[in-house]
Ligand binder design. Structure first.
Ligand SMILES: NC(=O)c1ccc[n+]([C@@H]2O[C@H](COP(=O)([O-])OP(=O)(O)OC[C@H]3O[C@@H](n4cnc5c(N)ncnc54)[C@H](OP(=O)(O)O)[C@@H]3O)[C@@H](O)[C@H]2O)c1
Length: 288
C-alpha cells in the first residue's frame, strides 16, 4: 500500500481526505501546524508531523519514505497576515522541494475550478503559478480543480436564517458546488489514476436563486431575495483594488468574480445541498 503525506488535514477538505485515506487503508501521515485542531477530528492516522509549511526549515525530511503527497494547503479564511503567494504558492513550493529531495513519486494538488483561466485574480495567480512549476517538476502529478465547496454555501444559509438573501445581479448564474466528502473521494482516487487534471463539481447544477430557495426552505422561511444591481459589485471590485489591503481584498476579489459567471464542472458525488443545510440547522439547534 502506498504511503501518503497529507498537508492541510486540519481544513474542511483535508479532514475528509484524511478520513478517506484511513478508510481505504493507505499508510497515512499528516502534516499540521495545529495538532489540537486535528485531534478534535478523532481520525486515527499512522503518523503526524507538526511543522509550518511556510517555514522551509521545519519541513526537513517530512517526505521521507513517502510515495504520494496530497496538498490542500491554501488561504481561505485564515488571518495570519500572509499572502496567497506566501501560502498557496510558496508553502506548496516548500513541500515540492522536500518531495523531490525524498524521491516522492506523485503530488496531488487542489487548485480551483477555472483557476488557469482566472490568473488575473490574486488567489488563482498564486495557485496556478505553483501548478505550472509542478507540471514541469519531473514528478508525476494530478491537479484537482473543484467547484465551490458546500462549506462556502453556508453564507446563503446564514442570510436565509436572518430572513433575506442578498445577491448581485439576477442570481441566475449557475454552479454545482461539491461536498468535501465527495471531493475527498476524487482526491484519493487520483493516487492511482493517470489523469493529470480533474475539474469536478457536485451532482446538482443550481442557480444562486435556487441555492437561496433551498436555504429558505430548510430554515422554514419565506423566500426573500434582494437583487443588488451588478453595478455595485463592479464598483466594489474597483474600489477594493484601490483602497483595500491585498489580504482583505483577495478573498473578496475571488468571490465577487466567480459570483458573476457560471461555474460548472463534471458532476460527481451523492451529497445534496439541502441535506447539508439540514445538518447545519440541526447542529445549530443541538448546540443551543
Ligand atoms: N472553499 C472552497 O470553496 C474552495 C473551492 C475550490 C478550491 N478550494 C481550495 O481547496 C483547498 C482546501 O480548501 P478548504 O476549504 O479545505 O480550506 P481550509 O479549510 O481553510 O483548509 C486549508 C488548509 O491549509 C492550511 N493553511 C492555510 N494557511 C496556512 C498557513 N499560513 N500555514 C500553514 N497552514 C496553512 C490550513 O491550516 P489551519 O487549519 O491550521 O489554518 C488548512 O489545513 C484550498 O487551497 C482552497 O483554496 C477551496
Amino acid at each position: 500500500m502506498k504511503r501518503i503525506l497529507l498537508a492541510g488535514a486540519t481544513g474542511y477538505l483535508g479532514k475528509y481526505i484524511a478520513e478517506e485515506l484511513v478508510e481505504q487503508n493507505y499508510s497515512t501521515k499528516i502534516l499540521v501546524r495545529n495538532l489540537e485542531k486535528f485531534k478534535e477530528f478523532e481520525i486515527e492516522v499512522d503518523d503526524i508531523i507538526r511543522a509550518e509549511v511556510t517555514n522551509k526549515s521545519t519541513l526537513n525530511n517530512c517526505c521521507k519514505n513517502i510515495d504520494v503527497v496530497i496538498s490542500t494547503i491554501g488561504i481561505t479564511k485564515q488571518k495570519d497576515g500572509l499572502t496567497y503567494m506566501d501560502v498557496d504558492y510558496q508553502a506548496n513550493m516548500n513541500l515540492l522541494s522536500e518531495a523531490k529531495k525524498s524521491s516522492v513519486k506523485k503530488i496531488i494538488y487542489v487548485s480551483v475550478l477555472n483557476g488557469n483561466k482566472m490568473k488575473d485574480l490574486k488567489i488563482c495567480e498564486a495557485k496556478e503559478k505553483f501548478v505550472d512549476v509542478l507540471k514541469n517538476s519531473g514528478l508525476d502529478y494530478c491537479i484537482i480543480r473543484p467547484n465551490g465547496f458546500f462549506s462556502d454555501m453556508t453564507e446563503f444559509f446564514k442570510m436565509a436564517k436572518k430572513g433575506k438573501v442578498y445577491l448581485f445581479g439576477s442570481g441566475n448564474q449557475k454552479a454545482n458546488p461539491i461536498h468535501g466528502e465527495d471531493l475527498a473521494k476524487v482526491c484519493v482516487s487520483a493516487i492511482e489514476s493517470n489523469e493529470k487534471e480533474i475539474e469536478v463539481g457536485g451532482p446538482e447544477v443550481l442557480t444562486q436563486n435556487e441555492i437561496a430557495k433551498i436555504a429558505f426552505d430548510v430554515v422554514g422561511k419565506e423566500t426573500k431575495i434582494v437583487h443588488i444591481p451588478d453595478f455595485f459589485r463592479r464598483l466594489t471590485l474597483k474600489l477594493g483594488k484601490l483602497f483595500m489591503s491585498s489580504k482583505i481584498f483577495g478573498p473578496m476579489e475571488f468571490f465577487l468574480n466567480v459570483m458573476a459567471i457560471d461555474m460548472i464542472a463534471s458532476k460527481y458525488g451523492n451529497h445534496h445541498l439541502n441535506e447539508f443545510f439540514l445538518e447545519k440547522k440541526d447542529s445549530i439547534y443541538s448546540t443551543k
